[in-house]
Design a protein around this ligand. Sequence first.
Ligand SMILES: Cc1cc2nc3c(=O)[nH]c(=O)nc-3n(C[C@H](O)[C@H](O)[C@H](O)COP(=O)(O)OP(=O)(O)OC[C@H]3O[C@@H](n4cnc5c(N)ncnc54)[C@H](O)[C@@H]3O)c2cc1C
Length: 496
Amino acid sequence: MDRRKFCRTAVAAGVAASFPIMGACSRSEPPVATAAKEGISAISLDGAEISLSKAQTRELGGALQGPVLLSEHPDYDGARKVWNGMHDKHPALIARCQNSQDICHSVDFARDNNLLLAVRGGGHSWPGKSTCDGGLMLDLAEMTNIDVDVAGQTAWCDGGALLGHLDDATLPEGLVTTAGVVSHTGVGGYTLGGGFGRLNRMYGLTIDNVLGAELITADGKVRNVRADNEPDLFWAIRGGGGNFGVVSKFQYQLHPFDRNVLSGMLVWPVAQARDVLEFYAEWAPNLSREMYVGPVMATMPDGTNIIAMEVVYNGDPVQGEKELAPLRAIGTMIMDGVLLQDYKVTQTQEDATTAHGIRSYAKNGLIKEFSQALVNDMIDAYIPDPRAAIFTHTCGGAVKDHGELDSAFPHRNAETMIVYFSGWTDPEQDGEGKAMCKQWHASLSAHHGGYYDNIEQETAGTVVSNYGPNFARLQGIKGQVDPGNLFRLNSNIKPA
Ligand SMILES: Cc1cc2nc3c(=O)[nH]c(=O)nc-3n(C[C@H](O)[C@H](O)[C@H](O)COP(=O)(O)OP(=O)(O)OC[C@H]3O[C@@H](n4cnc5c(N)ncnc54)[C@H](O)[C@@H]3O)c2cc1C
């Protein structure tokens, strides 16, 4: 099997290769402020209909360096769209912020007018939390600057940058930090929720690499959030999502890194799933931190049902080959695509199959023990449909170096996260697409111990239990910095 073809098609054959959301709206066009010709109707924080006057919207347009887009602006339609094509919403205004001051003015505007506020980083939220109907979309898409301090091995990264921007800025310097598996995901929502990636067994979650952040809170103030400066907020933004304000910049710890890494996919027919999964269950708990390897179950466009293992070895390739040898010896593979290659190739291999505009549904479950019962259920639960797949994010290693109370993210003792994903393009398949994902998730739910909030479609009612021992502290901090719950379009922690 051709390796590149596999990478392009493993998620779902029904997914079109490209859905460019930007259309008429190029991010490189110079900003053009738009004055409102007449008052516009909008939606308040509580969902009531309100009206914004001409003068109010002009005032915001005048205060910002970036443009404020209203529905008649030619860039509006491109700017309002988010990654998941299921969320086709129309904000009353879009503030395309250029800097921290633009964010402050936009936050002040939303708060003072009691206006519904959505903060858009990379726009990847599965449930579409970064957009809204009738509110203000505070759009960070043009804030993508990254400054790398090579000697100090740190980087300041704008809150609207994408993971690909971060890798592009650090890899040429021989440096890296943990970043997720699709390069067009935003650093904003991704980092604030936790941040799983192919290097997390070595360097921890992305939140474990956050040294500080510039945060604009609901009072419109800019706060320098660090462990020694704002300890509560520093704790809360590492896993507590967008509840506490808008991050205009993150500071990340970087690590020396050789970008030529042993990586790729090992693929077997699904008929060999028992051998592969039973081996993995025994082998995985003793893996080195350099080794990241996790099962994938999917259906190829030609109908071939597969079990695969994604492999990334962050270390001496000779050692990596040795550690991998027993896995490679299992059964008869239909493809061995593990080779020494540029990390950037691995970090972008899922980009096309998860392109903007796809209609998608996702759930996940955190697995404390990869047991025999789980293996049995994974085999029974398999859905042979190219629109559905399961992936895993391997945890353990450095992820477990931090305790459940050390940051807002409590699920430190998970060995693996199983991600249930479905993707399709035809709106008529929405029901079927969602149902497949839910069914696969439900079949294995007995093995889940909590979930990762960033890869979850519906979290209403479970936020309290999923934050577990951290919820009360999170709620207290929320009450101090956002008592009016201005930042509510997220996995919302209601102020006490
Ligand atoms: C194709 C795909 C692949 C993914 N792969 C991974 C992965 O490998 N690892 C992983 O851990 N997760 C992964 N995720 C999940 C991802 O972490 C979340 O979807 C995350 O919310 C994306 O961040 P974003 O900025 O792009 O999202 P957005 O939709 O812009 O925002 C999501 C939430 O974060 C808030 N937010 C965004 N930016 C800021 C900011 N600067 N300040 C304050 N609040 C902000 C928004 O208001 C919203 O509530 C993936 C998602 C997709 C769709």
